[in-house]
Design a protein around this ligand. Structure first.
Ligand code: NAI
Ligand code: MG
Length: 365
């Protein structure tokens, strides 16, 4: 249901998909398990055959390893090729250190800004035992992708209480409005037609207050387009509580950057593993699929990372571009493999390798 409805809004303005003879897909595995799961997504797309224009994969570099080798985490050439040559892209994950490293800054945060990929759309859907059953979790986290605390304006100084650290949090009307619009558009195409605004404006009344007000105002300027969409709101802390008590209370959840990041990892726990949850970073002119998980250093290089989050991210990316048939075939194959349970990686209780799961999926595609 979700998959049929998700991002059809973009199909209308998708990039003249009918006439394309090839689809140029930038591949940025980056670090850790990214190097295992992005090739998995590539294999799934390659297995599609005629349902999409002939895919052409363009390998690109970025990440912490790139930084340690070259001194730059996001080479200009990578950005340029994405902008000038690629129709879309798939990003793996980066291993950003928890301590400040001089000169380093996360390439994924930078890429989202460079390409103005202002929405991170993260559907979280449990696979029902049979297609007839209602999934226990079927929601979409719509995360603002360009501002909030992730603008990374941090300072430290010495004060009367020892060292002091401060961060600036930016919320703008423009970014809140366009992410709100994305949330309402998505809700229009979903059965529940409900948007919950996530905020903490009881404490952060200025920043979260602006986010809340601006998203609430989106339907007012839309000439009745969103009349059928129910608007709810929830403070972020109790939203997490409700999410764990009864995820069915939520349909589309729209949130500033940091809350959206946290909420989507939390929601991933409800469907069994971070290794299952996909996303797209979407702007008006470009889309980049990306699994929700990070570089998983604890399992990297062992051929046991779950490839499904990335394979579904590839499907989501194709759907976003208007290739619904190809996306459906990938999702259907993943559904069958998950349901049958014969091939599953350890994070979801199985014993299979990454490649065994990929092979099972591509055989079905
Ligand atoms: P993580 O998402 O990498 O891992 C959290 C847990 O989920 C780990 O137990 C890991 O083994 C498991 N997991 C993640 N992906 C999996 C997969 N495909 N299959 C099976 N299990 C999987 O988060 P963590 O450990 O907090 O961060 C590790 C590194 O990743 C850090 O350097 C962080 O900065 C980076 N990171 C990067 C992101 C990105 O590139 N967008 C997003 C989140 C974290
Ligand atoms: Mg995250």
């Amino acid at each position: 249901m979700l998959r049929q409805s998700l991002l059809q809004l973009k199909a209308a303005r998708s990039m003249s998909t009918a006439t394309k003879t090839s689809l140029k897909i930038g591949l940025i595995p980056a670090d850790g398990v990214g190097k295992e799961v992005i090739p998995a997504a590539q294999q799934a797309i390659a297995a599609l055959g005629s349902d999409i224009p002939k895919p052409e994969f363009i390998p690109l570099i970025a990440g912490f390893e790139t930084f340690t080798r070259t001194g730059v985490a996001l080479p200009e050439e990578t950005v340029q090729i994405l902008k000038e040559e690629c129709d879309c892209a798939l990003f793996g994950s980066v291993s950003s250190p928890s301590k400040k490293v001089v000169g380093y800054s996360s390439p994924i945060v930078a890429l989202r800004k460079e390409l103005d990929l202002y929405a991170n759309v993260r559907p979280v859907l449990s696979v029902a035992p049979t297609p007839e059953e209602t999934p226990a979790v079927d929601l979409v986290v719509v995360r603002e992708n360009t501002e909030c605390l992730y603008i990374k304006q941090e300072q430290s100084s010495n004060g009367p209480n020892g060292r002091e650290a401060r961060a600036t949090r930016l919320i703008t009307e423009r970014a809140s409005s366009r992410i709100g619009k994305m949330a309402f558009e998505l809700a229009l195409h979903r059965p529940a037609k409900q948007v919950t605004i996530i905020h903490k404006s009881n404490v952060l009344s200025v920043t979260d207050g602006l986010f809340r007000e601006t998203v609430r105002a989106v339907p007012l300027g839309a000439e009745g387009r969103y009349d059928g969409v129910k608007i709810l709101e929830q403070l972020v802390d109790s939203a997490v509580y409700k999410l764990f008590r009864d995820p069915r209370e939520f349909d589309v959840m729209v949130a500033p950057n940091l809350y959206g990041d946290i909420l989507s990892d939390a929601a991933a726990a409800l469907v069994g593993s971070l290794g299952l949850v996909p996303s797209v970073n979407a702007g008006d002119n470009f889309v980049m699929g990306e699994p929700v998980h990070g570089s998983a250093p604890d399992i990297a290089g062992k051929n046991i990372a779950n490839p499904i989050a990335s394979i579904r991210s590839a499907a989501l990316m194709l759907r976003h571009m208007g290739y619904a048939k190809g996306a459906d075939r990938i999702d259907a194959a993943v559904d069958t493999v998950v349901r049958e349970g014969q091939f599953a990686t350890p994070d979801v209780g199985g014993k299979s390798t990454t490649q065994e799961v990929v092979d099972a999926i591509t055989r079905l595609i």
